[in-house]
Design a protein around this ligand. Structure first.
Ligand code: FE2
Ligand code: FE2
Length: 142
């Protein structure tokens, strides 16, 4: 999975954090393909969890602050994904599962869909507010 401009939402902090998550998933993928270095994979999974938690928390904070109409659905989708990643992290740590390319591909496709769908909607909402904010557009004479 490559970072593509096609999944950019044009809100810079969101794009930066999405890119970091895409990079981490790619690193995890390479590490699995290179033969599962457990120590490194634990570390990468921990980073993926903390990165994702922080990112979701920030999006949710912004949605609440802006009174975003689709907040509940968006938050729910975050909850489903972070639970899946946490389960995978725990199962891997406890030696219940080995990390498979399928599990990683699943997370990658979920993330891509979420960014292209719900996050793109949120970004459009944020940008519309910025465009209609007179402080952003400069002072008026009225
Ligand atoms: Fe999101
Ligand atoms: Fe996001």
């Amino acid at each position: 999975m490559k970072w593509r401009d096609g999944i950019a939402v044009d809100v810079s902090w969101m794009d930066e954090e999405h890119r970091a998550m895409v990079d981490l998933l790619n690193e995890i993928d390479s590490s699995v393909q290179a033969g599962e270095n457990h120590f490194q994979l634990h570390y990468l999974l921990d980073r993926l969890v903390s990165c994702t938690e922080a990112h979701f928390a920030e999006e949710e904070r912004q949605m609440l602050q802006l009174d975003y109409p689709n907040y509940e659905n968006h938050r729910l989708q975050h909850k489903v994904l972070i639970n899946e990643i946490r389960l995978l992290q725990t199962a891997y740590r406890e030696d219940f599962v080995s990390l498979s390319s399928e599990a990683i591909a699943h997370m990658q496709s979920w993330l891509t869909k979420h960014i292209a769908g719900m996050d793109a909607d949120l970004a459009r909402f944020v940008k519309r507010l910025e465009d209609s904010d007179p402080d952003v557009n400069g002072p008026t004479d009225l």
